[in-house]
Every structure is written in structure tokens, then in C-alpha cells.
Write a protein that binds this ligand. Structure first.
Ligand SMILES: O=C[C@H](O)COP(=O)(O)O
Length: 270
């Protein structure tokens, strides 16, 4: 457990890792100039705790609008990036271009890109390597499908996806791992805190055994899949849950702020 100071309280945080609580909002392919103006305004007016890293990921075409209007307290991520240097790759956006506009983060390996767009783990690992080499910070997603969980293959699937990242990015610097069981994404069927904790603890052990003890301690392992303002606190209490990657509920500023502030559930008064 680590000592932290919150806004008003000192406390002991029930976190196995040493990293700061992290909450990302993945806006996916949602929004208009108008709705994003409102969402940014709500986020700018929200009271959010100090001891949380907060990042939002708008669609590419709105990233500059968000960068120019969102409080610098909240960082901005892309939802994807090309695997290498830009060039003749129609429809892609490169890490260099993200750097150019001041976007510091990128989500890679989201299940919607794996399973709808057909991206393979090895390709995603190479994307991660290139992004990190260009000083982008990465939210690296892993997670099993329902049939894989039911077949008892959850750890096999998650470890194979993790290995693809770790093989390409020695030490996994500047990487946050998002565990997102596919069956929980956008379904309203959230993993129980125990289910999520079990996989997060296994991921941390995998990092310890296959990367380093330092990486296991430093790397934030966040949960994604139907997180909302009503379930985030119970999930946040689990030792190996270092934050969240939020989809649908991140489109509502006040609810997203509640999820960010669930960091308070990690604090135990001393
Ligand atoms: O990236 C976020 C996840 O896919 C979760 O989405 P959701 O919160 O809408 O289930």
C-alpha cells in the first residue's frame, strides 16, 4: 500500500501498484462539434480530485478542438495511430501527426479494433512500439471474448495479448494496461469487482514474471467495460484496479467526474 495525500484527506491507498489512479474516457466514434463543446464545458467545470490522471480520447477530427478548449488538467488521447512513419496510408493518422498537434496519448489494441477491424496482436504490438518510440504514452487494451471466458481461456487470451505488447516494447515504459473483457463493453454487463480483480492480479503477476518487478509495480492496470457512476467505487476498492477506461459514461461530463472521483474509494482514513 502507498501513502498519498488527497485534496483534503491523508490516507492509505489500497493499491498494489505504485502508479497514480488513472481514468480515461474513450469517446469512440461519437460526438459533433456542438456536443463536444458542451462535454468539454462540463469537464472544465467539474470538480475532480487531484490524485488522478485523467485523459479523454475524442475522435481524430475533434482532437484539436478539444486540445484548444479543455482544461490542461485533463490530457488528450487519440483512439488509434498508424504502425509506423506516415506516408501513403489512406485514412491513417501517424504518431508524428499526433505529436505535431500536441496529442500525448494513444489508445491501442481496443477490442473494437481487434474484433471489428481485424487488428492482430502482433500488429498492435508494433504500433505500440512505434508510438512509444515517438514519445506517445499508450493505453494498451487486452481482454477476452465471452466464449473465451466460458471456455476457461481468459488468462491465455489476455497473456497472449500482453506478450505481443511486451515483446515489442521492452520494459513497457509509458504504457497503461486496460483490461476490457469484450463481453462487458457497451453491454451494461459489468465484471464484478472480484472478476476484474482476479484478472488484474494475474496481469500484475504476469508483468512481474515476464517483464520486471519494477514494471509490475509501476504499470497502471485499469478496468473497462460498462463502468458508470454507480459501480465505479466498488470496483475502485479492489487492490489491483488502478483506474478505468470508460466508454459510454465518459460522454456525460458529470457522470465521468463521479467515476474520476471514485479514487476516494481507494482511500482509507488513517
Ligand atoms: O474503451 C472503453 C470501453 O470499450 C468501455 O466501453 P463502455 O464503458 O461503453 O462499456
Amino acid at each position: 500500500m502507498q501513502q498519498i495525500s488527497g485534496n483534503a484527506t491523508r490516507g492509505v491507498v489500497t493499491m498494489a501498484g505504485s502508479g497514480k489512479f488513472f481514468v480515461g474516457g474513450n469517446w469512440k466514434c461519437n460526438g459533433t462539434k456542438e456536443s463536444i463543446t458542451k462535454l468539454v464545458s462540463d469537464l472544465n467545470n467539474a470538480k475532480i480530485e487531484e490524485d488522478v490522471d485523467v485523459v479523454v480520447a475524442p475522435p481524430f477530427i475533434y482532437i484539436e478542438q478539444v486540445l484548444n478548449s479543455l482544461t490542461p488538467r485533463i490530457e488528450v488521447s487519440a483512439q488509434n495511430a498508424w504502425v509506423g512513419k506516415g506516408g501513403a496510408f489512406t485514412g491513417e493518422i501517424s504518431a508524428e501527426q499526433l505529436n505535431d498537434i500536441g496529442c500525448k496519448w494513444v489508445i491501442l489494441g481496443h477490442s473494437e479494433r481487434r474484433h471489428i477491424l481485424g487488428e492482430a496482436s502482433e500488429f498492435i504490438g508494433k504500433k505500440c512500439s512505434y508510438a512509444v518510440s515517438k514519445d506517445l504514452k499508450v493505453i494498451a487494451c487486452v481482454g477476452e471474448k465471452l466464449e473465451e471466458r466460458e471456455a476457461g481461456k481468459t488468462f491465455d487470451v489476455v497473456f497472449e495479448q500482453l506478450k505481443a505488447f511486451a515483446d515489442e516494447v521492452p520494459g513497457l515504459p509509458n504504457v497503461v494496461i486496460a483490461y476490457e473483457p469484450v463481453w462487458a463493453i457497451g453491454t451494461g454487463k459489468v465484471a464484478t469487482p472480484e472478476q476484474a480483480q482476479e484478472v488484474h492480479a494475474a496481469i500484475r503477476k504476469w508483468l512481474k514474471d515476464n517483464v520486471s518487478a519494477e514494471a509490475a509495480s509501476r504499470t497502471r492496470i485499469i478496468y473497462g467495460g460498462s463502468v458508470n457512476g454507480s459501480n465505479s467505487s466498488e470496483l475502485a476498492k479492489k487492490e489491483d484496479i488502478d483506474g478505468f477506461l470508460v466508454g459510454g459514461a465518459s460522454l456525460k461530463g458529470p457522470e465521468f467526474a463521479i467515476i474520476v472521483n471514485s479514487v476516494t474509494a481507494k482511500r482509507v482514513a488513517v
